[in-house]
Write a protein of this length. Structure first.
Lengths: 182, 184
């Protein structure tokens, strides 16, 4: 469902006189949600900041051609998700990491985070998420933390609702197993 | 919240303890990060827009559409014009003439030095002392060859050996290969 205030923002963005103001408002509206979505995937603030800025630069470059019948919220999440997954892919290639070592690479970043405490359940949960395959981790974070409906997630990830439900269910079970065995 | 209930109900249906766990993120963010982010972004976008501002100079209609074709036609036409200009080289003409003359002179001198006239075999043989010829034959003609030769020759032929002319000896030696410069 297309939100009225998003429609107003997009229209204002297309007007040269109000473009900058509209963009600033859009950033303020979505920055925190997108920030946390990215950070759950890439862990470190510096990397999150780089990716988030890239996301908004892309929004600036492409919002003029945005189809108004689509949902701005899911469009933004799709850009943020793709940028995050691309970043992870680049890190794997740069480090020539095999699939099994991507978890270690991000896990090593997690333990250096300020306030990290392996004994606390919220940090253990982050470690458990890193043990999931990347796309399954995206599904889990969108559902569990962003409370995104499957129908919207289907647009973001271009995957069927049924597949997403199954993926989320498997992710939940894997996380439980990890936490119980820890 | 409806969505929150839906999420929790889903987890509870699966009997998952995640339904009861806190969902706050443990990561720390700088206090003013979100406050300054829009300005940081605006500045970055402004920098990226430099050089993209419209120029006041008019461009003829259809200029860019026909540019590639015009360039290609020009390149093709230049390729068909014969290249009459002399190739420029690193060495000017006088230097090349001098180098050629030097090479010819060196070649002529080498030719005159190394190319000695070949004397007829008879004159060469006459120039060699008889003692040296005997020594040569002694070194390169073994006893068996001598006996074989003697054995194959009839007495009349042996007598003829004594009547051999230098020409015949030279011919014999030439067949076997001999080196007039061989000295012991």
């Amino acid at each position: 469902m297309y939100k009225e205030d998003d429609h107003i923002l997009v229209s204002a963005f297309r007007n040269e006189a109000t473009k900058d103001t509209a963009f600033t408002q859009l950033v303020r509206k979505y920055q925190e949600r997108l920030y946390w979505h990215i950070r759950r995937l890439v862990i470190a603030h510096e990397d999150t900041n780089d990716i988030l800025q890239n996301v908004f630069v892309k929004v600036w470059q492409n919002l003029g051609g945005f189809r108004e019948e689509a949902n701005l919220y899911t469009w933004l999440y799709r850009i943020a998700t793709n940028e995050s997954l691309n970043w992870i892919e680049q890190q794997k290639k740069r480090r020539a990491l095999p699939l099994s070592e991507t978890e270690d690479f991000l896990s090593a970043r997690l333990v250096t985070e300020k306030g990290y405490d392996a004994g606390k359940i919220e940090w253990k949960l982050q470690q458990a998420l890193l043990a999931l395959p990347e796309k399954q981790r995206v599904v889990f974070t969108l559902r569990y933390y962003d409370e995104m409906p499957y129908e919207q997630m289907s647009v973001v990830l271009e995957t069927s609702v049924g597949a997403l439900k199954a993926s989320y269910h498997h992710a939940v079970k894997k996380v439980e197993t990890y936490l119980l065995n820890d | 919240m409806e969505q929150n209930s839906e999420l929790l109900n889903e987890l509870r249906q699966w009997g998952s303890p995640l339904a009861e766990m806190p969902r706050h993120m443990p990561f720390v963010v700088e206090e003013d990060y979100f406050t300054t982010l829009p300005e940081v972004l605006s500045s970055r976008i402004a920098d990226s827009e430099v050089g993209k501002k419209p120029m006041p100079h008019p461009v003829p209609d259809g200029y860019f559409e026909t540019l590639a074709g015009n360039i290609l036609a020009r390149v093709k036409s230049e390729e068909t014009i014969p290249q009459l200009k002399r190739r420029k080289t690193a060495f000017p003409l006088p230097a090349r003439i001098a180098a050629a003359a030097l090479l010819l002179a060196a070649g002529w001198a080498g030719y005159k030095h190394y190319d000695k006239p070949v004397l007829p075999a008879q004159q060469q043989l006459a120039a060699i002392p008889a003692e040296e010829i005997h020594q040569y034959l002694g070194n390169y003609l073994d006893d068996m060859d001598a006996d074989l030769l003697a054995g194959n020759l009839a007495d009349s032929e042996l007598n003829e050996l004594e009547q051999l002319h230098n020409d015949e000896i030279i011919e014999y030696l030439n067949d076997g290969g001999w080196d007039t410069s061989a000295k012991n």
